[in-house]
Design a protein around this ligand. Structure first.
Ligand code: AP5
Length: 264
């Protein structure tokens, strides 16, 4: 048998070349994953009115340690306090329209400057338009990882959910007359606050909100689907416990580990 040394040597060299390239790529991927896991995380809850964003945000906040920020709640607080922003926002909210982007962005970005947001946050009801999503991306770029949970629920279920919704005036926890009734009628079992029905939960306004959702917010699904590893679909038609279980399954382990949380 004749062994051609120069030929075998070049094959071995090529093989080592491939091996070192693959290990380099693996190391890069690992470094990227490590960087992502140590970065602050912004979780966006995306979905139509009544999908369950406000229901699942507080337990998710408890599980991850990230603050729950609802732009709808921020506006309702301004309305309750009678601020200029509240008076202006009310004229849009009462009609089932979105509040103009510049008002939402100023209010939200002010809130994100607060110290409890350094490790990230859970955004409920923001962004809702492409300009809002682009402004958020520009603000977070390179500083935070982002995870968008898209809650899917058919319209018939949404209307039923909103028609029976009650909200605590004090801690904002949502209840449902049939699906999640409070132990004591009219009072929050968490803080004892009184329960009320939101003015914009009348059926005609809800239908308008659903139309606005389709034109303004639905395009965000495509926008986030185009970004690598950002969008996760949540089938929010299931029971409350089932939906929360599915949410926990898509939360990165590193974030759950911060709270020593395990998915059962
Ligand atoms: P906002 O307060 O954000 O309202 P929304 O997006 O319309 O969402 P909802 O609060 O109605 O629904 P949800 O998904 O939180 O449902 P919930 O968990 O309560 O915004 C209000 C207004 O503010 C907007 O219309 C706009 O004008 C303005 N605004 C806010 N953000 C803005 C922005 N970024 N840009 C411009 N304008 C903005 O659940 C609903 C009910 O279902 C509850 O009763 C609950 O108990 C029940 N339920 C939940 N999950 C389940 C389940 N799995 N099974 C059975 N029942 C369930």
């Amino acid at each position: 048998m004749i062994v051609r040394f120069p030929e075998s040597l070049s094959r071995v060299k090529k093989l080592f070349g491939w091996i070192s390239m693959v290990s380099m790529l693996l190391a890069l991927a690992q470094a990227e994953a490590m960087q992502r896991s140590s970065q602050p995380l912004v979780i966006v809850l995306l979905g139509p009115p009544g999908a369950g964003k406000g229901t699942h945000a507080p337990p998710l906040s408890e599980a991850t340690g990230l603050p729950h920020i609802s732009t709808g709640d921020l506006f309702r607080t301004h309305i309750q306090q009678g601020t200029d922003l509240g008076k202006l926002a009310k004229t849009y909210i009462d009609q089932g329209n979105l509040v103009p982007d510049e008002l939402v962005l100023d209010m939200l970005f002010d809130r994100l400057k607060e110290p409890d947001c350094t490790q990230g946050s859970i955004l409920d009801g923001f962004p809702r338009t492409l300009p809002q999503a682009k402004s958020l991306d520009a603000r977070l770029k390179g500083r935070c990882a982002m995870l968008v949970l898209n809650f899917y629920v058919p319209d018939s279920i949404l209307i039923e959910r909103i028609a029976g919704r009650l909200i605590c005036r004090d801690c904002k926890r949502p209840y449902h007359k049939l699906f999640d009734p409070p132990r004591e009628t009219g009072f929050c079992e968490q803080c004892g606050g009184s329960l009320y029905t939101r003015e914009d939960d009348q059926e005609a306004i809800v239908r308008k909100r659903l139309t606005v959702y389709r034109t303004e917010t639905l395009p965000l699904i495509e926008y986030y689907a185009a970004q690598k590893d950002v969008l996760k679909e949540i089938d929010a038609q299931n029971s409350k416990d089932g939906v929360f279980h599915d949410i926990l399954e898509v939360i990165p382990t590193s974030i759950k580990a911060r709270r020593h949380l395990s998915v059962q």
